[in-house]
Design a protein around this ligand. Structure first.
Ligand code: ZN
Length: 434
């Protein structure tokens, strides 16, 4: 058997950039900043929701909290020009800092945390955690902060003190998930003072914060032939990164004569149900699309006509077949890493894909020369959901759910194929071209 490295299906420039992106995006706020930075490099400019918008062509984006909507208006776009939207989400399950964070027990200094989203709690044990998020300052400004160093840890109880641990680990969400960050008496205010120091602002200037923990171990290629990618937050920053790359590529290669307006919509709060001003249930995307129609001189009738021709491709992580639990998967539909993007189907509308959407997705993959796979749940297993059905219901537009096959979804560290991010970005680009 050869021991030579498996030849890559393509060059890994895209995945290398994804690795760099993941490292700089431990929070949704950093995720949108990193996406905006990539779009700015190809000429996109930020517009403020409080400003008047004009009809000029080119790339624009809006940031609100942990959400970003970006779009590219090609030459010749009219008020009825339909949109092609790629949807994704910027948030990942994690442990977030409580309002009065300084706590402790038995001579340890600890930080009180709240559990955000569907966290497999065991995956956060014995990891070296950093801290990131945003600070709201008294002058009304917002400062992002990222502390990428081993600062906190949720220590697991030694097996000697829990002999039944391998019969099933039981963790109490309130008692057993509190990270330690030092030894000594509880020191009121010390966490925010520490964060303020790292952010370079006086602690007294901080009037509010959204802070969360992240595993500081960097992403890496994994496996005998390095064909896998181990990383935090693949769900769903892989899709956010791929959609930014696809939109940037569309804008730079064929922005002049597109039949549609390509859009990237990266929402926050998917992991908690999307019901927020920056989540997919909020009015953000609809408002942005509407305002771009009106900025081009359109009427409500034009808006309705543009939306009638609009399609959304919602991209989120899905399940690859797990070798140790293969019976939990649908036996005839077993997505594998590096098999290309997956089309997600659920007839009970946990996914929005239908026949029309399948045809659109298949055409985009075919145009991009990208293989693709089908995902459907085992009937005996519950099916997850994502922003696709929400966007379809909220805006009344044709929506397709797709994604990338992964293992360890929602774990502090997930696993997917190293070729798949580029395959997804290629398919998204072909879709955005209309
Ligand atoms: Zn997700």
């Amino acid at each position: 058997m050869s021991t030579a490295a498996r030849p890559a299906f393509f060059d890994r420039t895209h995945t290398d950039d994804l690795i760099a992106y993941l490292g700089t995006a431990p929070s949704p706020f950093h995720a949108v900043a990193g996406a905006a930075e990539r779009l700015e490099k190809v000429g996109f400019r930020q517009v403020l929701e409080t400003d008047a918008w004009d009809a000029t062509t080119g790339g624009r984006y809006v940031i609100r909290g942990g959400a970003l909507i970006a779009w590219y208006v090609p030459e010749g776009a009219g008020p009825q020009t339909p949109f092609r939207i790629v949807g994704s989400h910027t948030d990942s399950p994690n442990l977030r800092v409580k309002p009065l964070p300084d706590t402790g027990s038995a001579g340890w200094r600890q930080v009180a945390v709240e559990i955000y989203g569907g966290v497999p709690l065991n995956t956060w044990l014995d990891r070296d955690l950093g801290l990131s998020g945003r600070l709201a300052l008294r002058d009304g400004s917002v400062r992002l902060v990222r502390i990428d160093e081993p600062l906190l840890r949720v220590p697991q109880l030694a097996i000697h003190l829990d002999r039944q641990v391998n019969d099933g680990l039981k963790l109490d969400k309130q008692r057993h998930l509190t990270p330690i960050w030092g030894i000594g008496e509880v020191d009121e205010g010390s966490l925010i003072e520490f964060v303020a120091d790292r952010a370079g602002v006086p602690a007294g200037e901080i009037a509010g914060w959204d802070l969360m923990t992240h595993d500081v171990q960097p992403p890496c290629y994994l496996g005998r032939d390095r064909e896998l990618l181990a990383a935090p937050r693949l769900d769903n920053l892989l899709s956010v990164h791929a959609s930014a790359a696809a939109l940037a590529a569309v804008a730079t290669t064929d922005g002049g004569d597109l039949p549609c307006i390509p859009v990237m919509a990266a929402f926050d709060h998917e992991e908690t149900g999307s019901e927020s001003d920056t989540g997919a249930q909020g009015p953000l995307l609809g408002n942005v699309l509407e305002r771009t129609v009106y900025a081009r001189g359109g009427s409500p009738e034009d808006r309705a006509r543009a939306l009638a021709g609009t399609i959304c491709l919602s991209s989120d992580m899905g399940h690859a077949v797990h070798p140790n639990y293969s019976e939990r998967h649908e036996p005839g539909h077993r997505p594998m890493p590096n098999g290309g993007p997956i089309l997600k189907v659920n007839v009970n509308n946990r996914y929005a894909t239908d026949a029309i959407g399948r045809a659109v997705f298949a055409a985009a993959c075919e145009k991009a020369g990208v293989p693709w796979q089908s995902f459907v749940s085992n009937n005996a297993m519950p099916c997850g959901t994502t922003i696709g059905p929400i966007t379809a219901a909220r805006l009344g537009i044709t929506t397709v759910d797709c994604g990338i096959a992964a293992l360890s979804m929602h774990s502090a560290r997930e696993l997917c194929g190293a070729d798949d991010p580029f395959l997804l970005a290629s398919a998204l680009k072909a879709f955005l071209e209309g």
